[in-house]
Design a protein around this ligand. Sequence first.
Ligand SMILES: NC(=O)c1ccc[n+]([C@@H]2O[C@H](COP(=O)([O-])OP(=O)(O)OC[C@H]3O[C@@H](n4cnc5c(N)ncnc54)[C@H](O)[C@@H]3O)[C@@H](O)[C@H]2O)c1
Length: 379
Amino acid sequence: MERIRTAVIGTGFMGRVHLEALRRIEHVDVVEVAATSAEKARAAAAGYNVLNATGDWQDVMRDPSIDAVHIATPNDSHFPIAKAALEAGKHVLCEKPLAMSSAQAQALTDLAAAKKLRNALCHNLRFYPMVQQMRAMREAGAFGEILVVQGTYSQDWMLYETDWNWRVDPKVSGPSRVMADIGSHFFDMAEHVTGLKVSAVCSDLQIFWPTRKQPKGGGETFSGKTVGETIDTKIVTEDFGTTLFHMGKARGAMTASQVSAGRKNGLVLEIYGTKGGASWRQEAPEELWLGHRDAPNQVLMKDPSLLDRHAAAFADYPGGHAEGYPDTHKQLYRRFYASIADLSAKPDYPQFVDGLRQMKILDAELASHESRAWVDVPA
Ligand SMILES: NC(=O)c1ccc[n+]([C@@H]2O[C@H](COP(=O)([O-])OP(=O)(O)OC[C@H]3O[C@@H](n4cnc5c(N)ncnc54)[C@H](O)[C@@H]3O)[C@@H](O)[C@H]2O)c1
């Protein structure tokens, strides 16, 4: 198979996750890293044995030998970088959220289709084997008709007034923080697992810290406590949100939080149907709880030999050999690059159109909160 040449733009938390996962993908070479300065890019490139480093992501676009790019920068730069990459004829794997608005997301979706280029959105959390197991069991009818969908995405890293990140700045992050940043992962997973679409939402968003202590020097994601001088900065995006939702006949509720002490990456998805239920937690991702009305409940541990064959394809290790967050990136990238190697294959990963879908849900959540009313989500 011909080798595929790729580049990673952004070298923060996600940039490093992408670089590391890419080293586990066969037939793919990372040939360039772009950061905000050549020095930062060189440091990351050297660590991952990448030959070229640049402080200007446009250099990547100017290199015709590069087939694909990974965008792992803050949200406001996704649109210009993805647009330039598609215009330069490169396949794109972009971090979520796809863009700052539905209009931008629509434009990228249309451009990728017009250019016939592969486009993936990094809703990697779908790719935990036990999430795939829940989906496969639902498809096989194990839960009957889905009636109830519920869960949360809870973190604690913005609990203190002194906690700061670019995500609190709407010019960089967009008009929503928690719902866009982590609520979108919940809804992507809920729709993927249930096969249902969110049709209406009723949202309540809360800012617990109307001002935060912004460090004069900035700070990377999950970099810990703020040190040094700070400026009191007004906060306009939510620390916490609740969304009630309809998925056709099914009913649901979710909360998303960056201020829930002790919850580090607490994504929980529960689905309940006419025949049974299932519950999965990201903080214990190898287990799937299966609920029964007339029999003892079960806990299924990841073991490819016991999984549905579709779900087993997402597990590379035997039972008892834990697979976690970095493996979800590997599973997504593997499928993205396989679809580049075979341009006739049907994509089996989230695409820009799924990013657009999340932007539409987000628009409805913001409109609902603003109007204190239910808002329909366009199909
Ligand atoms: N899929 C997931 O599970 C997941 C998890 C965390 C973050 N994310 C997403 O990944 C993206 C990055 O988030 P992060 O947590 O890594 O942030 P981060 O602050 O840790 O890293 C962002 C990096 O991008 C760099 N950068 C900014 N503008 C740039 C530019 N124009 N060119 C090159 N580099 C630039 C910054 O210097 C920084 O190093 C966000 O869109 C976020 O929503 C996704």
